[in-house]
Design a protein around this ligand. Structure first.
Ligand code: NAD
Length: 355
């Protein structure tokens, strides 16, 4: 029987509540599909500061590096807001991402029919949207040198090497192979040399994936198309700064922060987490929506562990639970038949996923 070791980082605020539910669902699908998962917990963020004085203890780095994948809740809260920058919870998360070498950020956006009114966009525009933004995470203008200020000028450098582009493009094409086999590469090649190199490098990689259709789109057009006709997209491949902006824009198509998962992956490691934060305003009340974290666990099965059938079970179960009208409090205004707690939602999804 296959066995996987998962490093679990619950974090702060609602983190422990939502991760608990993801584990419940993982346990259900591992039994159904015949594999084993063992979990080991590690501290990060405020929870780590309280115990060790550091937001990212050495033990957490080691535990994450030695695991097959990392499942993460969220970190942060007012209690730690006034600490110096290098001692703050989010510094721990940034350092962990760096230590794991995760260069690709994946954000799927699925619009569930039952929650179509949760979006600010018209139902006919978003019905059936199912896309994935693949963003390069550790290069581009946020990291390029030189950067700085001189007198009344300031400058940053947008830089990508062929290898950096090819590496992220491969991730996008591999994902497209598991989806609808379409990649839209987003750049600004009409103006930027770095985008021209991006385009050429993506085209090189595309030759290895003849089944995948590649199109190029300028970023300004992509921003417009995402709200005009988001159904045209399958996988959106883009660099760090464009991806930062487009992934937030895309996330709002679904209209609900409690539903959206993400993954940050590298050559070896992967960190799977909801896109939302630690929601201190609702922590400990049993009302947080665990679906984003459960969907992140599904991404972990699909993209890290290769357990696609188990991931399909989870994705189907989420759809089914929503179709039957079960809602956590955040979604109570959208065709709710029954309002359930965080733990009840986890149990329902685990139940449907094991059938
Ligand atoms: P947030 O995402 O935590 O919350 C924004 C709003 O959405 C809140 O009203 C919250 O109650 C609600 N919400 C979020 N997740 C929900 C869920 N699963 N179910 C129901 N409602 C949910 O963002 P924020 O309030 O700006 O930040 C709170 C803390 O989280 C801060 O300390 C911030 O630094 C941290 N944060 C952490 C991460 C991370 O760990 N990756 C990301 C963003 C923010």
């Amino acid at each position: 029987m296959k066995k996987y070791r998962i490093a679990v980082i619950k974090g702060d605020g609602i983190g422990p509540e939502i991760v608990e539910e993801a584990i419940k669902v993982l346990d259900a699908v591992s039994v159904a599909e015949g594999f084993e998962i063992s979990y080991k917990e590690f501290l990060l963020g405020g929870a780590a500061i309280d115990v060790t004085g550091e937001p990212l203890p050495e033990e957490t780095i080691e535990g994450a590096m030695n695991a097959d994948a990392v499942l993460f809740g969220a970190i942060g809260g007012e209690k730690w807001d006034n600490l110096p920058r290098d001692k703050r919870p989010e510094t721990g998360l940034l350092k962990l991402r760096k230590a794991l070498g995760v260069f690709a950020n994946l954000r799927p956006v699925t619009v569930y029919d039952e929650l179509i009114n949760a979006s600010t966009l018209k139902p006919e525009v978003i019905q059936g949207v199912d896309l994935m933004v693949v963003r390069e995470l550790i290069g581009g203008i946020y990291f390029g040198e030189p950067r700085g200020r001189e007198g009344d000028k300031a400058f940053n450098t947008m830089v990508y090497s062929v290898d950096e582009v090819k590496r992220i493009a491969k991730v996008a094409f591999e994902i497209a192979m598991k989806r609808k086999k379409r990649v839209t590469s987003v750049d600004k090649a009409n103006v930027l040399e770095v985008s021209q190199l991006w385009r050429e490098s993506v085209e090189e990689v595309a030759k290895e994936y003849p089944e995948v259709t590649l199109e190029h789109m300028y970023v300004d057009n992509a921003a417009m198309q995402l709200v005009r006709d988001p159904k045209q997209f399958d996988v959106i491949l883009t660099g760090n700064i464009f991806g930062d902006i487009l992934s937030d824009e895309a996330s709002m198509l679904s209209g609900s922060i409690g539903l959206l998962p993400s993954a940050s992956i590298g050559e070896k490691h992967g960190l799977y987490e909801p896109i939302h934060g630690s929601a201190p305003d609702i922590a400990g009340q049993g009302i947080a929506n665990p679906i984003a974290t459960i969907a992140s666990a599904s991404m972990m099965l699909r993209y890290q562990l290769g357990e696609d059938a188990a991931a399909d079970r989870i994705d189907r179960a989420i759809k089914q639970v929503l179709a039957e009208g079960y809602r956590t409090k955040d979604l109570s205004s959208y065709d709710a038949k029954e309002i359930v707690s965080t733990s009840e939602m986890g149990s329902l999804i685990a139940h449907y996923a094991s059938k």
